[in-house]
Write a protein that binds this ligand. Structure first.
Ligand code: SF4
Length: 203
C-alpha cells in the first residue's frame, strides 16, 4: 500500500476518535451530544447528509430509521450489509450529532460549526470515488448559491469527483416528492445504477 494512503488511514482513524469525543455543542443542545460517523479512508462512496435523527441519536447507527429504510431499500436497492460496509460507504453528516427538536416541529438546523471543525478534514482524508449529498442544508454547504431542485437533476462535481445531490428521504418530505415526481421516476434510477456499479467493484 502507498505510504500516503497508510497515513490517510491512520489520520482518519485518529480524527474519528476525536470526533466521537466531541462535545462542542453540549451547551447549545442542552444534552450530551452523540457524534455518529462510520467508514474507511478508502470507502467508494462518501455520503454526506444533514444530521442524525433522534432514533439515530438513541441507537448510534446512521440511518437506522424510516429515512434509512427508504434510502437503502427503495432508492439504492442494496443490502444493509453493503450500506454499513466501511469500505463501501463513508456515512457522515454535516453535523455529526442530533441537534434536537425545533420549536415549530421538525429537527433543529444542523450546527454549522461541525462541518468546519470535522467534515472538511474528513473530506481531505477519504479517497472516495463518488459523493452523494443528501438534503438542502448539506447541498448548500457545497453549492451555496444554487437552486436545490436544479442540483438534484444535474451531474455535478466536488473536488473533481462526481457528485449526486438527493432530496432527504424523510417521510416528512412529502411536498418535494409531490412537486418533483421525476426524481422517483427517473433520476434515482441513474443514481442507483452508479451506486451499484461502484459497489460491485469495491475493494
Ligand atoms: S454536532 Fe459536531 S461540533 Fe457539535 S458536538 Fe457533535 S460532533 Fe461536535
Amino acid at each position: 500500500m502507498h505510504s500516503g494512503k497508510n497515513n490517510s488511514k491512520k489520520d482518519l482513524i485518529a480524527l474519528q476518535k476525536e470526533i466521537l469525543r466531541c462535545r462542542l455543542c453540549e451547551h447549545d443542545f442542552g444534552y450530551k451530544p452523540r457524534p455518529v460517523v462510520q467508514g474507511s479512508h478508502n470507502a467508494k462512496i462518501m455520503q454526506i447528509s444533514q444530521a442524525p435523527s433522534k432514533t439515530v441519536h438513541e441507537t448510534g447507527k446512521p440511518f437506522n430509521d424510516a429515512s434509512g429504510k427508504k434510502l437503502v431499500t427503495d432508492w439504492y436497492k442494496i443490502s444493509w450489509e453493503d450500506f454499513y460496509s466501511p469500505e463501501k460507504f463513508y456515512i457522515v453528516s454535516m453535523a455529526h450529532c442530533y441537534p434536537g427538536k425545533a420549536p415549530g416541529g421538525g429537527d433543529r438546523r444542523p450546527p454549522k460549526i461541525c462541518s468546519q471543525q470535522w467534515l472538511s478534514k474528513e473530506i481531505e482524508l477519504v479517497d472516495n470515488k463518488l459523493y452523494i449529498i443528501i438534503g438542502g442544508f448539506a447541498a448548500k454547504l457545497f453549492f451555496p448559491n444554487e437552486s436545490f431542485t436544479e442540483l438534484v437533476f444535474e451531474d455535478r462535481e466536488i473536488n473533481n469527483k462526481p457528485a449526486y445531490i438527493m432530496p432527504h428521504p424523510s417521510p416528512l418530505n412529502v411536498k418535494w416528492f409531490k412537486d418533483n415526481p421525476a426524481f422517483a421516476e427517473k433520476r434515482i434510477i441513474k443514481i442507483r445504477d452508479d451506486v451499484n456499479r461502484l459497489l460491485k467493484g469495491a475493494r
